[in-house]
Ligand binder design. Structure first.
Ligand code: NAD
Ligand code: IMJ
Length: 257
């Protein structure tokens, strides 16, 4: 089984380097024959993303800062010209100012709150709206990445937790909007993984150790496991699932203590 997505196209937002969860999603989708486009945030990441994308046949790389609507629009203009249509979107984008990810949540600044929500939550809705004309009539699938800090308190996750709650609610409202057009929208709630976005998070090693001791599977998860769940959500095997959050967390979310 290696051609589940032959003839289909997808776009991946959020590759920074080979450790990015978005890159594992890309590898799983490409392994089943999907043709992919990648976006990168800022010129500093262009080289890294272009180098990774050379592994993927017929792929495209485009700049996209999700705070710039004209860049989002340009992405889908190019995609229409190059791919014609679009079957899948993977949204793996999040950002909050570093100073907002420590100390008391109530210190969150107005600006920090707005930035975290614009990049980590609103961007999904903006991307979906702009992509819609390319996805009409194709039974598409949209997948975003979330974290349990959007439903429960994880110390230091702070404003990112509030933004993930908004992102998860957006998944439900988008699923309702797009269901009649045959487009599904789901989120993957991933356990902690050492990526660029996890670097410098205070106590991250302790959190990984805690999961390895307490999660039902008694281990942490890998980015490849998230990628394979993304493949499931993009493929027709998940055709009855929309508006859901799937946990790829070694079962940690079921625990009470
Ligand atoms: P990562 O740093 O590799 O990916 C985050 C991406 O967001 C980067 O590629 C970055 O360039 C992009 N980004 C930030 N600001 C942007 C902007 N203005 N416009 C466009 N892109 C922008 O880290 P990751 O851990 O792979 O994160 C991917 C997703 O997974 C995020 O939504 C994150 O919240 C989520 N997640 C991560 C973990 C974890 O432990 N690493 C766990 C659960 C969920
Ligand atoms: C992030 C902050 C605090 C605690 C955290 C995390 N835990 C985990 C993460 C326990 C697992 C990683 N995560 C789930 C994220 O969504 C990270 C988002 C993020 C990370 C950074 C670090 C660098 C920076 N801004 C960031 N913005 C968002 O400047």
């Amino acid at each position: 089984m290696n051609n589940l997505l032959a003839g289909k196209t997808g776009i991946i937002f959020g590759v920074a380097n080979k450790r990015s969860i978005a890159w594992s999603c890309a590898q799983s989708l490409a392994s089943q024959g999907m043709r992919l486009a990648f976006t990168y945030m800022g010129e500093r990441l262009e080289r890294s993303v272009r180098e990774l994308a050379t592994e993927m046949p017929n792929s495209l790389c485009l700049p996209c800062d999700v705070t710039k609507p004209e860049q989002v629009e340009e992405v889908f203009r190019v995609l229409k010209a190059e791919f014609g249509g679009l079957d899948a979107i993977v949204h793996a984008v999040a950002f909050a100012k570093r100073e907002e990810l420590q100390g008391d949540f109530f210190h969150t600044s107005r600006e920090g709150y707005i930035i975290a929500h614009e990049i980590s939550a609103y961007s999904l809705t903006q991307i979906v709206r702009t992509a819609l004309p390319l996805m009409e009539g194709r039974d598409g699938s949209i997948v975003t990445l979330t974290y349990i800090g959007g439903e429960r308190v994880v110390p230091n996750y702070n404003v990112m937790g509030i933004a993930k709650a908004a992102l998860e609610a957006s998944v439900r409202y988008l699923a309702h909007d797009l269901g009649p057009r045959g487009i599904r929208v789901n989120a993957i709630s991933a356990g902690p993984i050492r990526t660029l976005s996890a670097s410098g998070v205070s106590g991250f090693t302790d959190i990984l150790d805690h999961i390895a001791q307490k999660a039902p599977l008694r281990r942490n998860i890998t980015a490849e496991e998230v990628g394979d769940t993304c493949l499931f959500l993009v493929s027709p095997h998940s055709r009855g699932i929309t508006g859901s959050v799937l946990y790829v967390d070694a079962g940690y979310h079921v625990m009470g203590v």
